[in-house]
Design a protein around this ligand. Structure first.
Ligand code: LLP
Length: 421
């Protein structure tokens, strides 16, 4: 559920008409709804009601905007970070370090040092060499690092190959079958306090079965590790729950169904459970607002050329992702059209042969479910400045990231003297 609704024939977010934002800020622009963020946090939390003090650490990569993080931090969420940059962002937005977990296969010694200085809750380690490095860094600082190993359960998440992480051929985690050896070796690393097990098998999962299979493996491993004398006190079950993108497709499992499955599978585990949801918290809380530049005749269907492009929202070109495209003021008629951006490559296509509202030059369209992995994956390809972001709450709204002037892009480059000219 979200708070983007039609009122008197025009889409608004909460109480703010989208055309007001487009006129003031220009397009393209990402627009987020605070009420939707709040609702998703409370629905996710309610699903886990039966658990004792779970840590819900928002996957910052999904949407690292400071105002979004501050909103989620105010609602009590922690943060799952994957870089020193995300760690500093989370802290700057007011998320306490003791609610932060650090994931990722390539943490550098410098990032480890930073996270230890800040006093984060847990490092999720993804390899033995990483464990050795972290132990050394911690010892050099006279401290110990609280860690979990992320295990690779060799489970097929059934999602797009580029966002599937739990198969043995993927780069993530330590192999499940070697986990006992890896944990045993960690006991010889004096800079580590091994406290947990972690898993994350992929993103946009629309079936609970692979998650349940992975969690069941985690449960079995926790038992074995505790029997072997490891003091396992946390289990991080990652993120991955899918969201509805295409209204014609079956709904993905609800947070309530996910929570019920988690509670059933983890019953009796002597650990604090942790979660790293990203998309399910922010996905439907955001839309990318864009204006139609012109409509051009195509061989089979018209091309609706909008002022947003693949650099603003990469998901369709990267994963063939489907985003609902709606006219902000629908004329009441529909047609089959292709929706494309102005960037000079064919991959800059948002939709082909899409049944959609008829739109004309100057009309506004909204790309729905763009709050997760939207603005954060934007780039400046074709020298297009980064997309600005707006946050709405009730009848209030504010620019939470301004559109940089094109001069900023130009001035960032340096022409050495010897280049001449
Ligand atoms: N935890 C870890 C360790 C992760 O790698 C991820 C996402 C999450 C949690 C959050 O997963 P979520 O709940 O959002 O599914 N750019 C892609 C998605 C990449 C996901 C990467 N990892 C997309 O636009 O679909």
């Amino acid at each position: 559920m979200d708070h983007f609704d039609y009122v008197n024939g025009a889409m608004q977010v909460e109480q703010v008409p989208l055309d007001v934002i487009a006129d003031a800020v220009g397009t393209p622009v990402y627009v987020y709804s605070t009420a939707t963020l709040e609702r998703h946090v409370s629905v996710f939390r309610e699903g886990l009601n039966a658990l004792d003090n779970p840590l819900i650490a928002f996957a910052v990569k999904a949407n690292p905007n400071a105002a979004v993080l501050a909103t989620l931090g105010r609602l009590g969420l922690g943060a799952d970070v994957v870089s020193g940059g995300e760690l500093l962002r989370a802290i700057a937005a007011g998320i306490p370090a003791d609610r932060i977990v650090f994931s990722g296969v390539g943490k550098t010694a410098q990032e480890m040092r930073l996270a230890l200085e800040k006093g984060i809750y847990q490092f999720n380690l993804e390899s033995e060499p990483e464990a050795e490095m972290l132990s050394e860094v911690a010892l050099s600082m006279g401290t110990r690092a609280a860690v979990a190993y992320r295990i690779n359960p060799d489970v097929d998440a059934g999602t797009h190959a580029k966002i599937s992480t739990g198969k043995s051929e993927n780069k993530f985690g330590i192999p499940y079958d070697r986990a006992i050896e890896s944990y045993a070796a960690a006991l010889d690393l004096p800079g580590l306090d091994v406290q947990g097990v972690a898993v994350h098998i992929g993103s946009q999962l629309t079936d609970l079965a692979p998650l349940e299979a992975a969690f069941t493996k985690v449960g079995a491993l926790i038992e074995k590790l505790r029997a072997a004398g490891h003091d396992i006190r946390t289990a991080d079950l990652g993120g991955g729950l899918g969201v509805p993108y295409d209204p014609s497709q079956p709904l993905p499992p609800s947070p309530a169904a996910y929570g019920a499955m988690v509670c059933r599978v983890t019953q009796g585990w002597p650990v604090r459970l942790m979660f790293e949801p990203g998309r399910v918290i922010v996905g439907n809380a955001g839309a990318l607002l864009s204006r139609v530049v012109r409509v051009k005749q195509g061989a089979q269907a018209p091309f609706v050329i909008v002022d947003a492009a693949m650099n603003d929202l990469m998901r369709p070109s990267l994963y063939d992702a489907w985003h609902d495209i709606r006219a902000v003021k629908p004329a009441g008629t529909r047609e089959t059209a292709n929706v494309v951006g102005p960037v000079c490559e064919t991959g800059d296509t948002f939709a082909m042969h899409r049944d959609m509202d008829v739109v004309q030059a100057g009309d506004l369209v909204a790309f729905m479910t763009a709050g997760a992995y939207g603005a954060t994956m934007a780039g400046t390809y074709n020298s297009r400045p980064l997309t600005p972001e707006v946050l709405v709450s009730g009848d209030q709204w504010g620019v939470v990231r301004a559109r940089p002037p094109i001069e900023a892009l130009i001035e960032a480059d340096i022409i050495p003297n010897w280049v001449g000219n």
